[in-house]
Design a protein around this ligand. Structure first.
Ligand code: XMP
Length: 395
């Protein structure tokens, strides 16, 4: 097995697309290419590039039941609308019972990794695909190899990759759902390996995709499993989908009203907001959640604070405190209900670090008010922790 990556420096979409087309013609002409769509910007760009280069591509969306809802619409409906030739593979009935009641964060990730790789392998075999295209982007490459992309060759065997990683990036540990899986294909192709997320968005603009796809917020591979702390049940999954949609849609609406689009590049060069969502748990202050200390993932309890809202002050404390992984500002205690809800909104360049979005307090409280009307809601918090010392997700 080997990986072919399109290595270039991005100047503009037109030149990039013409280079990417040549790259795809070189490696994928007369081949059948499997391309998993996730609804996110990276895989959408890969698919559009393959189509543009007139490559025989099979776009596949795997519906495991833990995808988000945005504006009341399930991710698979967006896929059907914007990518009508996508094959929707529904694994909800087999996958959900496996993940229900799994408590451990790493085991949840493992279940995703196995679930994805099994169904991808099966589809590749059934459909006789020769190659697999994936949406690996620049930060993923540079983080995992520990060298600049321009310092690696266009084609590397898995063995060469492992040698590189061992030489330059000994300490790299990342349990992503899509890493280190080998499929029964001749090679993997990574046409957007040289791009950052804002550059990917430029490509989507060039292909005249709608704003709701161009500014789609990043979403983790393990999907809502990364945002339900503790065991997943059908009840808490239904609740998480509901509150997640409220948080994401309301903040999107605010940005669209203020800036004409749901994401801006702020003065620090960050995508703002990069991700916003709701995480849920029963009794979250007694649950260990993830943090990042000296580049290492940690697990510890969060701390809740009360009092007058002051973004600068809270932000300052939340950047420095020790002994806890997160600092939550308590918005509402409903004094009833089952689930605590944490509203998280972060700005980021490439997800390696993140700052907390400075949202108007009126917006935060109006979102919290809506959440408080749902009978299952217990307490509502706003997470003030940047990355580091927090992580973006909670598992
Ligand atoms: P953290 O929580 O590590 O997240 O600060 C950084 C970025 O990665 C996403 N994320 C994941 N994506 N598989 C993925 O594909 C994973 O296991 C995973 N965990 C986190 C997260 O949403 C954020 O954008």
């Amino acid at each position: 097995m080997k990986n072919h990556r399109f290595i270039t420096s991005f100047k503009n979409s037109k030149d990039f697309i013409s280079g990417a087309t040549q790259f795809l013609e070189k490696f994928a002409k007369d081949k059948k290419v499997f391309c998993a769509l996730s609804g996110g910007v990276d895989s959408s760009a890969v698919y559009l590039l393959l189509k543009h280069a007139k490559i025989n591509v099979l776009p596949v969306f795997i519906d495991h039941g833990l995808m988000r809802i945005i504006n009341g619409i399930e991710e698979r409906e967006y896929i059907k609308k914007y990518f009508p030739d996508a094959k929707i593979v529904d694994i909800r009935d087999s996958f959900l019972p496996k993940i229900f009641l799994e408590e451990d964060a790493e085991n949840k990730r493992k279940l995703f990794k196995n679930g994805y790789s099994d169904i991808i392998s099966q589809t590749i075999t059934e459909e006789n695909c020769d190659l697999l295209a994936d949406g690996t982007i620049l930060p993923d490459i540079e983080e995992s190899f520990g060298v600049k992309i321009t310092d690696i060759k266009e084609t590397l065997t898995i063995q060469e990759e492992n040698e590189l990683k061992a030489k330059y990036n000994k300490g790299f540990v990342k349990s992503q759902h899509n890493l280190d899986i080998e499929y029964d294909v001749e090679a993997t192709i990574q046409p957007v390996a040289s791009l950052t997320k804002p550059e990917i968005r430029e490509i989507l603009k060039f292909f005249e995709m709608p704003q709701e796809i161009i500014y789609r917020k990043a979403f983790p591979g393990p999907a809502l499993a990364a945002r339900i702390i503790g065991p997943i049940t059908s009840e808490n999954l239904a609740f998480e989908k509901k509150v997640h949609d409220i948080v994401e849609s309301k903040i999107n609406e605010y940005y669209i009203k203020k800036h004409g689009r749901s994401m801006i590049i702020n003065e620090k060069g960050e995508q703002e907001p990069f991700q916003m969502f709701a995480a849920i748990s029963e009794d979250i202050l007694n649950k260990k959640v993830t943090g990042l200390v000296n580049g290492q993932r940690t697990y510890d309890f969060p701390l809740a604070v009360y009092g007058k809202w002051n973004y600068e002050h809270l932000n300052k404390i939340a950047s420095k405190f020790t002994g806890y992984t997160r600092m939550f500002y308590e918005l509402i205690d409903c004094k009833k209900g089952v689930y605590d809800v944490v509203i998280r909104s972060v700005n980021s360049i490439d997800a390696r670090t993140a700052s907390v979005t400075d949202l108007p307090f009126d917006l935060i409280t109006s979102v919290a008010e809506i959440l408080s009307k749902i009978p299952e809601t217990k307490r509502i918090y706003f997470d003030m922790t940047p990355k580091p010392p927090g992580t973006i997700e909670y598992v």
